[in-house]
Design a protein. Structure first.
Lengths: 634, 198
């Protein structure tokens, strides 16, 4: 019975996600907005598929944030974290202080008592880790300077939650009758109730335990489990560890997210890091999705309809204050090229921690029922608006800024005039680039993977981070004056689109392309791009040569055999291309693609014998002739 | 003791009876290096420094190959083009090979009689080998009379063994300096002047 309820809810939540997220993605709105809209749809005010239990679901799903911080911790080595200390404490500290003060003043101005105003300021100063980090990783901005700065601020806020929790009862006691505040104080349990120095000791003790276990014991445990060869046990262990840390942190009154983040950092150079990451990732993704859906579902539209003006006014004010503070701080901390705007828009919403803090304040009689409800609604709405703000930044603000400053939001390219543009610098492009550079050619290299860009720059490659499929990017890279455009990227369909564009607009540029398979090759042929290499073919034939050698062929024999095969393959491809042109309209399903390719190749192969071409140095016929002659003579 | 480098080239070694016999007979002899070019460079990408170092380490160089179209298989030409660099092998400063000996060891299907002015091939083997002779001379090497196996397609097993023994004896004599150098100028083929006490 209960099970049925559970599965029914699961169907509703999962179904909502599966339907709305792809649509939102297709519309360029990002997954967060998709989840939120899904939540609104199934929520009590539209379809009514889920009711007030959405709030409970949200509490459960907040665990996604914990998992997310763990995964992020895994990617951050301690040395990197140490480098970020200035932006964590400087930028983060000033952000919380500045925003809390400004919001506090505003609240006081609107008639709240000073202690309440301060509480509201502190509550709303926080930004949503879940939304921001999800957006960052979805947009590949985790390693971008604006992304890093935003992350630093979030990290500081996570730490700030603990003292704020401790502060709320104190604030409550300031403006209320003494006996009430007494009882409220007794209500807080855990670390917050202890004297300050003990709290500090416990925090240090907990962190040290995590560090010591992570450094010295974790490796052996992981190995022991990994050696069982049972993946699910490893999954269980990983979850056990993260949940255990989260609960332990919670028990001593620390932020679970912070605790697991620390655990992640400690494990960052562990050899099971990748295994952990890929194990936790799907749980993280699902829980976060669930979290966003529940946020959407718990938007109190009744209240919004009752007091639309108040709510919208405060919502705009909140976003405005946060945005201005962030923008000023961003500029002060030397964010440039529009990154300060990205940074400010990223963090201009309230946090999931705000929910906790609001209900805690209500418990402590610091905020009344009505104020709490309005605040909750504003926090939720600010989170829902957040993805829209980013779209606003992407589509409007940053193009305008770019025009003002004559800069794009990607890397700025200093009007290159190199003869070669290499699009895509992963495993494939790297080899091409190295050959060209080693032979003294100047190459403009574009890549859309920020981590690639960062690594390869360290080795002295001149590399630009950017979305290659955008015409402006290519133009900036100097397509007008280039002789060659080499499409070495793995995004095959994008690459086709680019060559279509370049063929039309810059017909003099010669295009060289990497293809996935023969059908992809044919698509290039159709665009009159004839210099195409299948990404696997050459290396496979190389290994084939080596196999022949191992089977006893002489090196030259094996070499010739493979050359012959390749030559024969060219003929087969010509044949197949003609065939493909004939029934071009035929829709070949992706899944059928490979079997189709094999069948057609093998059929075409029947027309060519591979064995009759390599008769060089065969002396049999010569011998025959000679023997006959000698017979004649004798 | 002289050190001998055999630059062996046969694109279809597995199909050649005579060259298998010859090479097998001299394999593993102390002081003799067999450098199988087609095996080493199937894609013709010859490692020039490695080859030049090999030349420096040896005193006698043997171009051992079948006689294709009155010349050598392609990789021998590629080897000469790349390895015998100006400034290394020839030119005023190219004295790396000075004083070394060079010799051609070839197998041909044709009988000896057709390699003459009146025969079908109109020229003698030594006339055809003029480019190798002159290349060696330009590199300040002494070019010896060639080791030649005729009628390679119709040799009996016994003939094969005789030639292989000759080849081995020739190489051992070269290695142990048993040749009377004055006989080189008179001999048409080195086969005819192999010392019998080798």
């Amino acid at each position: 019975m209960h099970n049925q309820d559970f599965f029914l809810s699961a169907i509703i939540y999962l179904g909502a996600a599966v339907i709305s997220v792809p649509i939102a993605k297709r519309l360029g709105l990002g997954s967060v907005l998709g989840y939120l809209l899904a939540g609104v749809l199934i929520g009590p005010f539209v379809l009514g598929l889920v009711g007030t239990e959405a709030g409970e679901v949200m509490h459960f799903a907040e665990f996604g944030v914990v998992l997310m911080l763990f995964v992020i911790g895994l990617e951050l080595e301690p040395s990197l974290l140490w480098k970020m200390r200035r932006s964590i404490f400087g930028l983060g500290g000033l952000q919380v202080l500045g925003t809390a003060t400004l919001i506090g003043f505003t609240a006081h101005f609107f008639g709240f008592q000073l202690n309440r105003a301060i509480a509201i300021g502190l509550i709303l100063a926080l930004s949503s880790t879940a939304i921001v980090l999800q957006t960052l990783s979805e947009k590949g901005l985790m390693r971008n300077i604006a992304g890093r700065s935003a992350f630093s601020v979030l990290l500081f806020q996570d730490m700030a939650v603990i003292p704020i929790l401790a502060l709320i009862p104190v604030l409550a006691s300031l403006g209320a009758p003494a006996d009430l505040s007494e009882s409220a104080l007794n209500n807080i349990d855990g670390v917050a109730a202890l004297p300050g120095y003990l709290q500090l000791l416990i925090i240090i003790g907990a962190m040290s335990t995590i560090v010591i276990i992570g450094r010295f014991a974790a490796r052996h445990v992981f190995r022991f489990i990994a050696e069982t060869g049972m993946h699910e046990v490893f999954v269980a262990l990983a979850l056990l560890m993260v949940i255990g840390i989260a609960l332990a942190m919670d028990a001593i009154g620390l932020s679970p997210a912070l605790g697991t983040f620390a655990a992640g950092v400690v494990l960052a150079d562990n050899e099971y890091r990748h295994e952990l990451e890929t194990t936790i990732d799907p749980f993280k993704g699902l829980l976060l999705g669930l979290f966003f859906i529940s946020v959407g579902a718990s938007i109190n539209f009744a209240l919004l309809v009752q007091e639309p003006l108040t709510i919208i006014q405060f919502l705009l004010l909140l976003i405005l204050i946060k945005f201005v503070v962030l923008l000023i701080l961003g500029k002060a901390f030397k964010l440039k090229k529009g990154y300060e705007f990205l940074f400010a828009f990223l963090l201009a919403q309230a946090s999931e921690f705000s929910f906790v803090l609001i209900s805690f304040s209500k418990q402590n009689m610091l905020l009344d029922e009505h104020t709490s409800a309005i605040l909750l609604l504003i926090v939720t709405l600010s989170m829902a608006v957040s993805p829209l703000l980013l779209i606003f930044n992407d589509k409007l603000v940053s193009p305008i800024l770019a025009r003002w400053q004559n800069k794009v939001e990607y890397d700025e390219i200093d009007e290159e005039e190199n003869p070669v543009i290499l699009a895509g610098f992963g495993r494939f492009g790297l080899a091409i680039g190295r050959i060209l550079i080693a032979n003294g050619f100047k190459v403009t290299i574009l890549d859309n993977n920020p981590s690639n860009v960062e690594t390869l720059r360290k080795y002295g490659f001149k590399l630009y981070f950017g979305d290659i499929s955008r015409p402006t990017m290519l133009e900036k890279a100097g397509i007008k004056n280039a002789r060659l455009l080499i499409l070495s990227m793995a995004e095959h369909d994008e690459a086709l689109k680019i060559s279509k564009f370049v063929r039309k607009k810059y017909p003099n540029v010669k295009i060289l392309a990497r293809a996935r398979d023969i059908f992809h090759v044919f698509e290039y042929f159709n665009l009159n791009v004839k210099t195409v290499q299948r990404e696997m073919f050459e290396s496979a034939t190389e290994l084939g040569t080596q196999a022949l050698q191992q089977l006893g062929f002489s090196n030259y024999e094996a070499y010739r055999a493979t050359r012959t095969f390749k030559h024969h393959e060219e003929q087969v491809i010509d044949e197949l291309y003609k065939h493909w042109l004939e029934d071009h309209g035929k829709f070949i399903k992706e899944t059928r693609r490979f079997s189709e390719q094999v069948a057609e190749t093998l059929n075409a192969e029947k027309n060519y014998s591979i064995h009759d071409t390599d008769c060089a140095w065969d002396v049999a016929s010569l011998k025959n002739e000679l023997t006959k002659e000698e017979d004649k003579i004798t | 003791m002289k050190k001998i480098l055999i630059l062996f080239a046969h694109p279809a070694y597995q199909k050649s009876r005579i060259n298998k016999a010859l090479i097998n007979q001299v394999k593993g002899i102390e002081g003799v290096t067999i450098n199988n070019l087609y095996e080493k460079y199937p894609d013709f990408f010859i490692d020039v420094p490695v080859e030049q170092k090999l030349l420096l380490e040896h005193d006698i160089i043997i171009w051992h190959h079948p006689f294709y179209w009155y010349s050598a298989p392609a990789i021998i030409k590629e080897w000469m083009d790349l390895v015998l660099q100006h400034g290394f092998a020839y030119g005023t400063k190219g004295r790396a090979l000075e004083g070394k000996w060079a010799i051609s060891a070839i197998s041909t299907g044709g009988r000896k009689t057709i390699y003459s002015e009146s025969g079908d091939n109109h020229f003698t083997i030594n006339q055809f080998l003029a480019p190798y002779n002159q290349s060696a001379t330009l590199c300040r090497m002494k070019y010896l009379p060639p080791f030649v196996v005729h009628s390679s397609h119709t040799l009996t097993e016994r003939d094969l063994q005789l030639h292989a023994d000759d080849y081995q004896r020739m190489i051992l004599s070269l290695r142990d300096e048993k040749y009377d150098e004055t006989t080189f100028s008179e001999a048409e083929y080195i086969n005819h002047i192999i010392p019998h006490d080798a």
